[in-house]
Design a protein around this ligand. Structure first.
Ligand SMILES: Cc1cc2nc3c(=O)[nH]c(=O)nc-3n(C[C@H](O)[C@H](O)[C@H](O)COP(=O)(O)OP(=O)(O)OC[C@H]3O[C@@H](n4cnc5c(N)ncnc54)[C@H](O)[C@@H]3O)c2cc1C
Ligand code: FES
Length: 321
């Protein structure tokens, strides 16, 4: 689908929200993301961005943080303006309001990870205004609190919503003591977590300590394996791509191997959820941890997700086929 940017709104010094009008109806569940296809200089890059809007809003909104040295985030924050057009893939992702369900919620977000959580929160309060929600939101400084004003407004309108900001500049971080104090009934809540990996690991462990069972999380950045991270440093297998042979190690993802060999691959989520990295290989010569978005027919024909697959034998690969 094609998106036309209608407005840009700075949220903090490093984060801006971009509003878009789509050329078709866009169905999404709050918490899901869009994959933007961003052409500039020599290639088109795919990147996933959570929708910070809700279906009841007139326009779609993405909220994008500047990542130091990041190719796409810097390009968008420096260049994207009202009137510009971008291609995007349909909304996707399993971290959403329906997964959280109708129980009371505990929302744990840090930095830009507050984006999908904010969308879920707004949507739930619109359709279920008495929902019992506790949100513990982490930011480095008061100025970096994302959506601080609208969250304060929502809190003023709903006694059943508690929003607590944890500012690392003031020495406040998510801890077991704090969680017991703010959400002693965590075990009875659906817990939705989004933020940097270290934050999510800590938050998941704390939620488990307090007995939570319905816990969902979403990473904005995958830990990428490089050749040196892999267990075996002898490349035993080869991927053949357009006649070029590339080494691939046991446990190395096909995506990492292709990128290490300089092959351009569309890959937005790097987590086996968006489907952008779909490639065609030889059935029986790879193993996958996710086939999300692939049809049974495609799987039968040898299609796989490069970010979620490793090779078990040398094979020929057609990239983004
Ligand atoms: C499901 C999903 C939803 C997402 N939603 C959002 C969102 O709502 N808002 C948003 O701003 N981003 C979001 N992201 C992250 C986004 O897709 C990009 O990864 C991010 O904008 C960086 O892209 P880049 O091209 O600027 O950086 P790259 O050029 O891809 O990376 C440059 C360097 O930065 C590191 N890096 C990449 N991403 C991050 C990151 N997020 N934090 C810190 N370091 C990073 C890389 O490891 C690399 O070293 C989401 C990602 C996923 C998978
Ligand atoms: S990059 Fe999203 S599924 Fe592989």
């Amino acid at each position: 689908m094609q998106l036309t940017c209608t407005a840009v709104h700075p949220e903090t010094s490093s984060v801006s929200s971009f509003r878009f009008r789509a050329d078709q109806a866009v169905d999404f569940i709050p918490g899901q993301f869009l994959t933007l296809l961003v052409p500039f200089s020599d290639r088109t890059s795919a990147r996933a961005y959570s929708l910070s809007s809700i279906p009841a809003d007139q326009e779609l909104q993405l909220t994008i943080k500047r990542v130091e040295g990041g190719r796409v985030s810097n390009h968008l924050l420096d260049n994207l303006k009202a009137g510009d057009k971008l291609e995007a893939m349909a909304p996707a992702g399993g971290f959403h309001r329906d997964a959280a369900g109708d129980k009371p919620w505990l929302l744990l977000g840090a930095g830009c990870g507050i984006t999908p959580i904010y969308s879920m929160l707004r949507d739930r309060l619109l359709t279920d205004p008495d929902a019992d929600i506790v949100m513990l939101a982490s930011a480095k400084t008061p100025e970096e609190r994302l959506f601080a004003k609208p969250l304060a407004q929502l809190q003023a309108e709903h006694d059943n919503l508690k929003v607590v900001w944890l500012l690392s500049s003031e020495g406040n971080r998510l801890s077991e003591e704090l969680l017991r104090e703010q959400a002693p009934d965590t075990a009875n809540r659906s817990v939705m977590i989004c933020g940097p990996q270290a934050y999510m690991d800590a938050a998941e462990a704390l939620a488990a300590t307090l007995g939570a069972s319905n816990v969902h999380s979403e990473a904005f950045m995958q830990v990428q394996k490089s050749l040196s991270d892999c267990e075996d440093d002898t490349a035993a297998m080869q991927l053949s791509v357009d006649g070029i042979e590339l080494p691939i190690l046991p446990n190395q993802s096909v995506l990492d191997s292709l990128e290490a060999g300089g092959v351009q691959v569309m890959a937005a989520c790097r987590a086996g959820v968006c489907g952008t990295c779909k490639c065609k290989g030889e059935k029986g010569k790879f193993e996958s941890t996710s086939t999300m978005g692939l049809t049974p027919d495609e799987i039968e024909q040898g299609y796989f997700l490069a970010c979620a697959s490793t090779a078990t034998d040398s094979m020929t690969v057609a990239v983004n086929d």
